[in-house]
Design a protein around this ligand. Structure first.
Ligand code: ZN
Length: 77
């Protein structure tokens, strides 16, 4: 699996592509997608980058806020 980028040796993340119904691997540094054969399919578009940033922001906001609720007392089921 193309988990690490050949160009920058960075870690890639699998991004599901709804259109193609497959997952492509994205290097966030090089901004390109490769398929499972480590073949560069295309570059990340500005729209996709913004979407990823938005999702990350959302994730950070939702994971920061309810953190107190998620903390469970020890010994209590
Ligand atoms: Zn890279």
């Amino acid at each position: 699996m193309p988990l690490f980028c050949k160009q920058c040796k960075g870690r890639r993340v699998p991004i599901f592509q709804e259109k193609e119904n497959i997952s492509l691997w994205l290097c966030e540094k090089c901004k390109n997608f490769v398929d499972e054969k480590d073949f560069i399919v295309r570059e990340q578009t500005d729209q996709e980058r913004q979407e990823a940033e938005r999702k990350l922001k959302e994730f950070e906001e939702t994971s920061n806020f309810p953190s107190e609720k998620l903390v469970r007392r020890k010994g209590v089921n």
